[in-house]
Design a protein around this ligand. Structure first.
Ligand SMILES: Cc1cc2nc3c(=O)[nH]c(=O)nc-3n(C[C@H](O)[C@H](O)[C@H](O)COP(=O)(O)O)c2cc1C
Length: 173
């Protein structure tokens, strides 16, 4: 099976999670890692699993206005300077039933997260959701990740690899 991991990140924390996730998933399948602005809008039929990752902004997926707000918080260039996962999803095309899962990074345990919003949108677009949305925590808005989060990422990767292999994709009906 091949997987596409597509992430958006302002300050690099979601990218760090996406990289660790991809490394672990690659023990179980072929993995392509894309920043959202560079990800293909059309998911190739050979891709059996799509994993989306985004920072939580305002209890949901980022918008151009929240990304602009993020840009004002650091003198450094943002990791994602083009579209985010919200806009990628609006344009995405994939075979109905393509397996998918979503994660986010966030600061607070208050309900409302980018991963939940992405999962809802994936389902609405015809993807088959194989895992509950996962959140990985940062200490402050700019990061870093809370210690121990990358262990949680690796466990989640193992779980979604197993779920992907035990769930039929579009080709199998
Ligand atoms: C404009 C803005 C809004 C945010 N809103 C939330 C929020 O509603 N809930 C939350 O837990 N974290 C919120 N955060 C913190 C982000 O989730 C945090 O910056 C992100 O996880 C860092 O990941 P990144 O380095 O990949 O951008 C917000 C951050 C920004 C910049």
């Amino acid at each position: 099976m091949r997987a596409a991991v597509i992430y958006e990140s302002m300050f690099g924390n979601t990218r760090t999670v996406a990289e660790a996730l991809s490394e672990e998933l690659a023990k179980h399948m072929e993995v392509e890692l894309y920043e959202a602005g560079e990800a293909p809008a059309s998911i190739d039929a050979s891709i059996g699993l799509v994993v989306l990752g985004a920072p939580t902004h305002g209890f949901t997926l980022s918008r151009p206005s929240s990304r602009q707000e993020a840009a004002g918080m650091t003198p450094d260039e943002l990791v994602s300077t083009g579209i985010g996962v919200r806009e990628w999803l609006e344009a995405a095309k994939a075979a109905p039933g393509t397996r998918a899962a979503a994660f986010d990074t966030r600061i607070s345990h208050v309900p409302g997260s980018a991963a939940r919003a992405a999962t809802r949108r994936l389902r609405r677009s015809g993807f088959a959701i194989i895992a509950r949305p996962a959140s990985f925590m940062v200490e402050k808005t700019l990061g870093p990740l809370v210690p121990g989060q990358l262990d949680r990422v690796r466990s989640w990767a193992t779980a979604i690899a197993a779920a992907a292999h035990s769930t039929s994709g579009p080709a199998e009906g």
